[in-house]
Design a binder for this molecule. Structure first.
Ligand code: NAD
Length: 499
């Protein structure tokens, strides 16, 4: 049994709390490693190391810091296969999907190589007589990030790349379900030339998170995970005076207009609904066809495609569409919600219950499900299922479809499929959701734009990556400077314009 470690001050360090969590291979159901769960003393140690290392890193010029990220990109590409394999083994997603996970993180690292440009600051010459005014963006100091299981490479990189590019030290508390890739990323950053102690990984659960939330030296917390935990971390972190951004759960609707290309819409729904076993915050979990005729045509297109889906372990090769879900508990939760859908009167058009894979009977596989005639009061509509379950809610008009998505408590992503530019434009303008796709089912913005939902899908003002990340990981200092050409006598007591 492999015992994983923390990564502190540039070395793998065994856990000392005596508490561990099981890390599963979701395809076989076997426990493949034990991950230590940090105590508050271990968080204290990481913060002490980070606070000692950060001032020199913060004073290193930005292009030298960026060069570390440049080298890191090379190393990610060099080790892509190794990272993807480790990721699939603990998460369960297919190898191509695991590579996408690394790639979408890598793209943010590439973007952060431009940090010197983003950190330039502002300067006003002669803001008043003999007075110059300038603003600079300075690092916060020690920052922390708490990440979910579903993107164990991408989301840590979305946080630590900009934080470190800005001159901060970063403590990552990854998901205890798949901690190996985050540990590998920390090693690679050091191989790329990052000084010891600037990126550390502390494994753990609520105890470690609470220690982060209450540590006076930690200046900022980035969180991605489920909404109840996002709300808890946002509330507690803010109450403790930290800068906090938290990204939560989702229930993403895809509106299918009567004029949509139905093959295209069905293909999009298959990838966005069932890819990664539905364990994506940008997965489409609700299809909203407009009109019964559209709904019937869409269901007719979906059913044969769903029946053809290949579910299997990542080791089975490229023709597997999706793998197991992450834990037995996740599987049980999905099964419970599917049963509630049946009990509450939705029509289970494709029934994935009782799915079993020969040779992998103990794996956490879930068959694909398709519900029709789902209504807003049902639990399968209200709750995030995070599994391969697509619900269809029939809307009678475009306005009904729009209101449905707008009234849902989550607001991460959404999409509309139509050939009507006017409808698409109206949808994009009026919808109260952060990321919108027009004939694009998973509209994840690229690294140089920002990523973030609205409503109960995000807490805080700034999004992830893009220009917002440089605002989140720095604070502004504005200097007003006057070099005397002859100081006037006497103080000035009035708060006045500089004219
Ligand atoms: P989770 O909320 O269970 O865990 C996320 C992190 O919080 C983990 O590091 C975990 O150790 C920690 N945590 C768990 N329980 C805690 C507690 N009681 N107190 C303090 N910390 C705790 O989420 P998950 O299951 O790992 O990830 C799936 C969720 O993440 C889904 O809801 C998904 O929609 C969401 N997600 C959102 C985004 C986004 O950008 N909005 C992206 C990816 C995932």
């Amino acid at each position: 049994m492999q015992e994983l470690t923390h990564y502190l001050g540039g070395a793998h360090v065994n856990g000392t709390s005596g508490r561990f969590a099981d890390v599963f291979n979701p395809a076989t159901g076997e426990v493949q490693a034990k991950v230590p769960l940090a105590s508050s003393e271990e968080i204290d140690k990481a913060v002490e190391i980070a606070a000692t290392a950060q001032p020199a890193w913060g004073a290193t010029n930005p292009q030298r810091r960026a060069r570390v990220l440049m080298k890191f990109v090379d190393l990610l590409n060099r080790d892509m296969d190794k990272l993807a394999e480790a990721l699939s083994r603990e998460h369960g997603k297919t190898l191509p999907d695991a590579k996408g996970d690394v790639q979408r993180g890598l793209e943010v690292v590439e973007y952060c190589i431009g940090a010197p440009q983003m950190l330039k600051g502002e300067f006003t010459d002669s803001a008043g007589p003999g007075i110059d005014m300038y603003s600079m963006r300075q690092p916060l100091g020690v920052c922390a990030g708490i990440t979910p299981f579903n993107f164990p490479a991408m989301i840590p990189m979305w946080m630590f790349a900009p934080a470190i590019a800005c001159g901060n030290a970063f403590i990552l508390k990854p998901s205890e379900r798949d901690p190996s890739v985050p540990l590998m990323l920390a090693e690679l950053m050091e191989e790329a030339g990052l000084p010891k102690g600037i990126l550390q990984v502390v494994n753990g659960d609520k105890a470690a998170v609470d220690a982060i939330l209450h540590h006076p030296v930690i200046q900022s917390i980035g969180f991605v995970g489920s909404t109840p935990i996002a709300e808890y971390i946002y509330g507690t972190g803010c109450a403790n005076g930290k800068r906090v951004q938290c990204f939560g759960g989702a229930k993403n609707h895809m509106i299918v207009m009567p004029d949509a290309d139905m093959d295209q819409a069905a293909d999009a729904l298959i990838g966005a609904g069932y890819g990664a076993a539905g364990e994506r915050c940008m997965a489409i979990s609700v299809a909203v066809p407009v009109g019964d005729e559209t709904a019937d045509r869409l269901i007719d297109k979906l059913v044969p495609r769903i029946e053809k889906l290949k579910v299997g372990p990542y080791t089975a090769g490229d023709d597997v569409d999706y793998g197991p879900v992450v834990t037995a508990a996740a599987k049980a939760n999905i099964e419970r919600l599917v049963q509630s859908g049946v009990d509450q009167g939705a029509k289970l058009v494709v029934d994935g219950r009782g799915f079993s894979l020969q040779g992998y009977e103990d794996g956490f596989f879930v068959g694909p499900h398709l519900f029709d005639h789902v209504t807003p009061e049902m639990d399968i509509y209200k709750k995030e299922i995070f599994g391969p379950v697509l619900s269809t809610v029939r809307a009678q008009t475009y306005e009904d479809a729009l209101s449905l998505a707008m009234d849902h408590e989550y607001g991460n992503g959404t999409a509309i499929f139509t050939r009507d530019g006017d409808a698409a434009r109206d949808f994009a303008n009026r919808i109260n959701i952060g990321m919108v796709g027009i004939n694009v089912p998973i509209p994840v913005p690229l690294a140089y734009h920002t990523f973030g939902g609205w409503k109960k899908s995000a807490f805080g003002d700034l999004n992830q990556h893009g220009p917002d990340a440089f605002k989140f990981y720095t604070r502004t200092k504005t200097i007003t400077s006057r070099w005397p050409s002859g100081i006037k006598e006497g103080g000035e007591f009035n708060f006045k314009a500089m004219d």
